[in-house]
Design a protein around this ligand. Structure first.
Ligand SMILES: Cc1cc2nc3c(=O)[nH]c(=O)nc-3n(C[C@H](O)[C@H](O)[C@H](O)COP(=O)(O)OP(=O)(O)OC[C@H]3O[C@@H](n4cnc5c(N)ncnc54)[C@H](O)[C@@H]3O)c2cc1C
Length: 600
């Protein structure tokens, strides 16, 4: 049986003790208190555990069926999705006027996201994408589009997709060839082929709303010429011209020229369709101004990138919990210092330092990432403050954290899933125990929403110099303040000193990347992945030092003592990788770029 307990105690510690979120959400105008939010989290955790988790392995085994251009999802998935709508579980952060609950963004993005992906990643991406479409539409769409589509998207009755990738254009979206031709009535006709479209076709909802990137005639070359269009699978029944004003939600029977030409067979997330989508003269409406498509899609992608990082965390957590449960039962060998259970034929494998190391790496990385996710979630809410200074501060940090949460969390999560399989020996490799599914499912998180290599380039080549270096300055304030505050506290020394060293190292490496990168972009690009990982480690170090500080107030309680011990493990056994990362970055690009290409 697959084990899972949502980490609600950890969320309580993070949101209410480490980050003390209640005054912030009150100030931001939310009518939610601590008790209501923890009830909401419990309710969602119960639902996900009772409804989503039991069908996760079934989704992996049965997958979906593609026939004659249509995708049929497992009946159990359709039933579970329906229950999700009825329970309001897809509309916690959407606006009350669209039938949503209007809860703080951090609830949906962090708590909902981690629990959803842990219990059923294949299912979780459907509401996550839909929410992304809803948010972009609400921020940038014409009022008529908002009025027509929002309520159904907000509540999950209609689903959303993002259609960027084309057969010849993945990372390089500037070369897409999908076209949108303007019509006299204000609508467009969209034509092109998109590939790898998650939930591009399915029978979970009545309609599917695609956000499609395309180019209008005469557009500038490259990404500057891209515009975003909303293209529904089905048009309203009474639709005749470009106008949607006042139309009913009854839908036409025939497709709006949107067809699915196939669904990929893939390594994991077998119950998440990955579709080739053809748009043939499909009716669409522009979202935002002409040629702003990339900017708008980046807004959605940034949201999905954070969601992807948290998805990595969700899968790493469930992999950890299951490998731990298995390890607690498994007896092999003896403690090297003498038998622990002499009456048994062998000791439990937790006596072995190497097994403990593996489990601790998983646990401590997960909890560190969860803390950074919590901070980022609160910042997402602060981005909507009335105070422009708070908006600027929060936006800078979110810009900086987005590639790190996406890349660092998912790199670590893939390592964690593999480590958890290792803890279990041969059982870990077998389907019965599910960890092999988590290992396969989590692997996509390093690839989609922009590969991790591209995230690292975004961090090193853009985010650290963006806004005249303000992003980084906004981060250095709380970091240096924390280091100063704790400088003379003896019990914080073991955490504060390495944190200080890491922050100094980060500053030096940043200057090196900027200076050398200006002279030779290959230097910056060759070091970007290691720089991103270094940065991720420093942020987790800050999180662990903060958590240790809080935990010291309640020493003697096992939960808090474990936090201090975990912080100690992080600083002694994970954080030292920053030393080798720094050496790799400093070694520059030559060993990479001077290697003769013909010798590969
Ligand atoms: C299961 C799945 C679901 C997906 N869902 C969606 C979806 O819903 N919507 C959608 O639009 N797309 C989706 N994608 C596409 C996904 O976002 C792309 O696969 C991803 O962005 C990488 O593009 P690519 O596959 O073309 O790889 P490529 O761009 O060909 O990259 C190949 C390699 O080259 C590297 N590389 C490429 N360019 C650069 C560069 N400039 N600098 C450094 N390195 C570079 C990459 O990091 C990578 O390692 C999905 C893909 C999969 C597999």
């Amino acid at each position: 049986m697959v084990e899972y307990e949502a980490p609600l105690r950890d969320y309580d510690f993070l949101f209410n003790e480490v980050f003390d979120v209640t005054p912030t959400i009150k100030r931001l105008g939310y009518d939610f208190d601590e008790d209501f939010l923890s009830m909401l989290a419990e309710g969602w955790a119960d639902h996900a555990k009772e409804v989503w988790l039991p069908i996760n392995q079934l989704g992996d085994r049965v997958g979906l069926k593609f026939e004659n251009g249509e995708i049929t999802m497992p009946q159990e998935f359709k039933d579970a999705y329906k229950q999700g709508i009825e329970g309001g579980w897809f509309s916690t952060s959407t606006k009350p006027e669209h039938g949503g609950m209007g809860a703080p963004i951090f609830f949906q993005s962090v708590i909902w996201g981690e629990i959803a992906t842990a219990t059923n990643m294949a299912m979780s991406v459907l509401p996550a994408l839909t929410l992304g479409v809803y948010d972009v539409l609400n921020e940038h769409g014409d009022q008529v589009l908002v009025d027509y589509f929002s309520s159904n998207l907000a509540q999950g009755h209609w689903a959303g997709t993002m259609c960027l990738t084309e057969p010849h254009a993945g990372t390089d979206l500037g070369i897409i060839s999908s076209k949108a031709i303007p019509q006299d009535d204000g609508s467009y006709r969209v034509t092109g082929t998109k590939i790898f479209i998650t939930y591009g076709e399915h029978d979970m909802t009545e309609n599917i709303v695609h956000l499609v990137l395309a180019k209008t005639p005469g557009s500038p070359e490259g990404t500057k010429g891209i515009t975003m269009f909303l293209v529904p699978k089905y048009l309203p029944k009474d639709w005749k011209s470009g106008d949607l004003d006042g139309l009913s939600h009854d839908l036409m029977q025939e497709h709006n020229g949107v067809t699915c030409a196939g669904s990929e067979e893939k390594m994991g997330i077998h119950a998440s369709p990955t579709c080739v989508m053809n748009f043939d003269n499909s009716v669409g409406w522009r979202v935002g101004d002409l040629h702003t498509g990339m900017k708008l899609m980046f807004q959605m992608m940034n949201q999905e990138r954070l969601a992807t990082g948290i998805m990595g965390l969700g899968l790493a957590e469930i992999a950890y919990q299951n490998s731990l449960a298995w390890a607690k039962d498994r007896r092999q060998g003896r403690d090297l210092r003498g038998p622990k259970d002499p009456k048994e034929p062998a000791d439990n494998i937790l006596v072995h330092p190497d097994v403990r190391r593996m489990l601790l790496e998983a646990k401590v990385n997960n909890e560190g990432c969860r803390a950074l996710a919590a901070w980022t979630g609160i910042l997402l809410d602060q981005m909507h403050s009335d105070d422009p200074d708070e908006v600027e501060y929060a936006s800078s940090l979110v810009a900086l954290f987005t590639p790190i949460v996406k890349a660092h969390f998912t790199d670590v999560a893939c390592e964690t899933a593999s480590t958890c399989m290792q803890v279990m020996g041969g059982a870990g490799y077998c389907t019965e125990y599910a960890v092999e599914q988590f290992y396969r499912d989590v692997r996509i998180s390093k690839i989609w929403e922009g590969t991790n290599g591209v995230q690292a380039l975004d961090l090193a080549g853009r985010k650290i110099t963006q806004n005249m270096g303000k992003n980084l300055r906004h981060l250095m304030w709380p970091l240096t303040e924390f280091i100063e505050e704790n400088r003379d506290i003896p019990e914080m020394l073991e955490f504060n000193k390495p944190l200080h060293q890491g922050v100094r190292g980060l500053q030096q490496l940043t200057l090196l990347m900027i200076a050398e990168g200006q002279a030779n972009p290959h230097f910056l690009a060759a070091g970007a992945t290691d720089y991103c990982r270094y940065f991720g480690n420093v942020l987790l170090a800050y999180m662990w030092a903060k958590m240790a500080k809080k935990a010291m107030e309640k020493k003697g309680d096992p939960f808090y003592d474990a936090k201090i011990a975990s912080a100690r493990f992080f600083f002694k056994r994970i954080y030292p990788e920053t030393v080798s990362l720094a050496a790799k970055i400093q070694s520059g690009h030559k060993s990479v770029m001077e290697y003769p290409t013909e010798m590969f």
